[in-house]
Unconditional design. Sequence first.
Length: 241
Amino acid sequence: MTIRKQAKRNGRLTQAEIDRLGRAYLEGRDMSNTHVVRSMAEAYADKVQRDFRKLQKKIRIEFTDRDPYRTFEELANDVMVNKRMYVFTGFSDTPLWSPEVNWMARAVHDYDHVAANTDFSIPGELAAYQYAVGQTPLLEPLILSEVALQAASTQVLGGQFAAGSQKVVLPEYEIVKLARQATKNPGKRARKEAAHMVWDMAAALQYMPKEDAMALLAAAGVPFEDALVVLQAGETVEQAA
């Protein structure tokens, strides 16, 4: 068995594959102002604020303009022992939402790292992407760009984040499939996502038309026939709520 095949079997991507994800972000066209991305950003901002309020009931969150932790272990220890988490507020200019929402999104993301017990290395960020998508699969295209692809781009740039304004890219489906390979249990992920996707659709139909909801599913790489099933199931749940 080759090293490459062994890496795939273990749910890990090779350095070349991570590099490919990073270049997909750096070379991809900015889709921030498209209707589908704006719809996803609105849905994600709403979810972030709800998750942030829930998180505040578990731990004390303090925002700071200084990078608060040198390692993931320091963050995890502060959360687990002191029931506290400092959140860095720098570099929060984004076309998607306000800086305050970005701080909340960062808090939720950092807590995802703790909950998933995964560090801030590039493989760790890919694991955090998997964890977040498991909670909200309908928003995978946005989470893919914001978490997995941005993190992978730092490898291409020698450990630095891309200069300039933030952007959202919607890469070809081959890139989506490649990012999805970075999971230890694809079967478990698929089952979890299927359940969450119906609930996501029910929530989405409360503020967007069916056409936009179908566009989100298409961007997430869901085949048209499966998207119709998710849409119909979401409508049933939304009507019963």
